[in-house]
Design a binder for this molecule. Structure first.
Ligand code: CP
Length: 308
């Protein structure tokens, strides 16, 4: 827990501790009591080399609520535009006394390279790497499911959409495997079917209506157009919505108390309708609030280890 690169590195006990700690923060509306503000004197830098609204803002809020100072380094206004490497940027910030780095980067494997090059006292957290991993999103998704469902081993989770290009799906699947989920179904057209070796316990289904039968949790994903070189007809917004868009009608095969999740940003009318996004089954706004709690729990537990 010195760094967090991949969700698969955390065992069930550690995940349960993180979720329990996050629930204590949620019980005080994510405003911790003074004794829980253990990041005073600490500085966290957000280094997001790909766009973000939710992850970056929630790390900023989480760190500040725990007493830390926060720096947001914008790619286009930083010396990265003059050719500085991410590692030299981090070393520069370390020399200023920055202790925690949250990094989002499109390059596969960059987080491990960073960890190999940082000072012993630094902490590195993956804020989204390539199409492979987004561990804190996976944790906040687990927290959201735990709050609504009795046990992971009793539920069916269906992830719908562009799974191939989704780091969110990969991390959530890793977390669900650790939590021994009963069933994980990946619903996607052939173009968006992932390499199933990364989803050893999941089943793939092309048909939305079949895949959603008896689902307890449905996770809708955005089509990641920025990562796709040539778009097929299936991926045109209208065609896609007709085949894979979540509407109230399409949710009928799910269990009555199904919850609908989406990591955001949403493309309404493409992967999800307004009536589902804003409807009674949607927990999408709750996910965002849970994102602050889980990031507070992570930072707080990492810092508690340092202070032991
Ligand atoms: N879910 C998620 O990662 O959203 P952002 O890209 O806005 O951070």
């Amino acid at each position: 827990m010195k760094h967090l690169l991949y969700l698969k590195e955390l065992n069930q006990r550690t995940i349960l501790k993180l979720l329990a700690k996050a629930e204590t923060f949620l019980s005080t509306n994510n405003f911790p009591p003074p004794q829980d503000k253990n990041l005073q004197g600490i500085t966290l830098a957000n280094l997001f080399l790909e766009p973000s609204t939710r992850t970056r803002s929630s790390f900023q809020i989480a760190a500040k609520r725990l007493g830390a100072d926060v720096l947001n380094i914008d790619e286009q206004h930083s010396s990265r535009t003059k050719g500085e490497t991410i590692i030299d940027t981090i070393r520069t910030l370390e020399a200023m006394g920055v202790n925690y780095f949250v990094v989002r980067h499109k390059e596969r494997g960059i987080l491990s390279k960073i960890v190999a090059n940082v000072d012993l006292g630094s902490h590195v957290i993956n804020g989204g790497e390539s199409v492979d991993s987004h561990p804190t999103q996976g944790l906040l998704d687990l927290l959201t499911i735990k709050k609504h469902k009795k046990g992971f081993d009793q539920i069916k989770v269906a992830i719908v959409g562009d799974i191939k290009h989704s780091r969110v799906a990969r991390s959530l699947a890793e977390g669900l495997a650790t939590m021994a989920v009963k069933t994980l179904t990946l619903i996607a057209p052939e173009e968006f079917k992932p390499d199933m070796k990364f989803y050893p316990n999941a089943e793939h289904c092309k048909n939305l209506d079949q895949g959603l039968v008896n689902a307890d949790v449905v996770v809708a994903l955005r089509v990641q157009r920025e990562r796709i070189e040539s778009l097929t007809e299936t991926m045109s917004p209208d065609h896609y919505f007709e085949k894979y868009g979540l509407t109230m009608k399409r949710l009928e095969p799910c269990n009555d108390d199904v919850i609908v999740m989406h990591p955001g940003p949403m493309n309404r009318g493409v992967e999800i309708s307004d009536e589902v996004a804003d409807g009674a089954n949607s927990v999408i706004r709750e996910q965002i609030t849970n994102g602050i709690a889980i990031r507070m729990a992570l930072l707080s537990m990492m810092q508690a280890e340092v202070m032991k």
